[in-house]
Write a protein that binds this ligand. Sequence first.
Ligand code: PEP
Ligand code: MG
Length: 611
Amino acid sequence: MNKTDETPEPKRPREKAAPAPRAERRLIGIPVSAGVAIGPVFGAAEPQTVVSRAKIAATDIQAETARLDAAITQSRKQLLKLRARLGILPEDSQAEIAPLLDAYLQMIGSSRLVRGVRRRVADTLVSAETAVVDETDALAEAILTLPGDDDRAGRKRRAEEVREIGRRLIRNLTRAPFRSFNALPAGALLVCESLRPADAALLDPSRLAGVATDEGGADGHTAIMLRALGVPAVLGVAGLSQAAKPGEVIIIDGVTGVVTLNPEPATLVAARRAVTAYARELQKLASLRRLPSVTSDGEVVELQANLEIPAELPLIAQSGASGIGLLRSEFLFMNRETLPDENAQAETYRSIVEAMSGDPVTIRVLDWGGEKEIEALQSEGVVPEAADLNPALGMRGIRLLLRETDLFETQLAAILRAAVAGPVRILLPMVTTVAEVRTAREIYERVIRRLRRRGERLPEKAPPLGIMIETPGAALSADALALEADFFAIGTNDLTMYTLAVDRGESEVSNLYDPMHPAVLRLVQFATEAALRMRMPVSVCGEMASNPKLMKLLVGMGLRSFSMNASAVPRVKQAIRALDIDDCARFARRVMEQSDPLRIREMVMGTPPAG
Ligand code: PEP
Ligand code: MG
């Protein structure tokens, strides 16, 4: 029986008996985390996701089919995106990768595979995941035992393609982490199509030498996480996961954004030199740790660190940062089946506050939404399974917390309890209106009263309640918001994204993502001036704060506090110590007179724009 008669056979290059040695190939992506890494590629192919078999009731067929359809649409979108980006690769690379992606796209279309999965859900009353596993197994088996075809290698390859599509569908159905990193050998370079922020949080930087992916943007949360872990990384490298073969040695250059496949001996020698030079530079920078962060004319500039996961605490201690300016609490909610309760959260916050030994800690309440997926919020029914049509503009940050007040109150209570261990501030994400801050403060005060009634030990003075300025709406209402908030933290990542309408994690439009665009700078300036007029603390905690070259401009605007990934602190301190305040103010005035982003880049970075 020929079970595969309807599965189209894609066009593919003819197979050669003995492959010729492959030439060195350089692919370019977005450098997101500095350092150079040399090592073997860790499995570019997806491992099988473990799926527990499940039956469904007849009344659930429609809902289950809808889940399946959503996963098919998502898979199709992912593949089309990969296909569209191949254009920037050299022709020989395109010729190698395109047929494979076409084969996947055909299989995810109206194919025998998709129809078979749908039929299994309806006829045998099993979950979509179970149906995918059963159908791909049956189809792969049928291909392998196809009569009258002695192209065994070809059959094996087609069976593997069917399984690969099955794995993609299951990943999109279960939203399972992209891969398990348990088997990652020490010194390996992780190469994959995309890496979610939650997956990046699971990486062990002591084993992992570098990361490179096909997808991703400069200031997405995956990039932020990789910088935080100090792992050299390049994202947005079109075609990489198909071109890089598991086990082969490649070079990832997190400074230039070049990923070299099949490096020639001379390229390897140069890369090894770069690794040594980078390590030496880090050692030199470490000597700045004990020096104060002051300008050459004696003005103190506060440099704090951002923290995503507690594992970063030792890096923060080594960096010389004078506190945590942004604790992104969402990472404490990720990669777990249930939400952490008040005690568990209080314990985590307290241990971080204690570890900072009296240095201030700014804890941002949960900023769910956008690309930050949290399974436990979905499984506990707090947020819907299917994402909003436009998640970055939907139920995100403070909006969710004001709707799910239990979630908000639990977190506030936990933070308040931890605040007896040291100076703490509380930060609200994604604020756009004055009303949000007022309502949040009412809830905050209610929680304080409740904890007092419960006899909890609390700090004498309630921790300040501040807001992120990360939407154009907040920046332009900064004067009104300054009357409600106790401090501002300017989040330039989202501010850039929302101002320029460019997704910060999207490689295809990454050339338009420009924090130095005059529109973004004017909003930063407007918010800063509103805070300074009120004598209210204001800091920058977006990725702009970790760029030493931007210090002259930002200090010139009047900013005196920055929070950044820990590894950036020494370099930023070095830049601060070379500044003169009057000079900065003059420079900022000149830059802010400009309206051409390229001219601004030239002035700030000190180099003429490319192209
Ligand atoms: C920002 O948007 O700049 C910010 C600091 O918040 P996050 O990166 O966590 O969205
Ligand atoms: Mg943000």
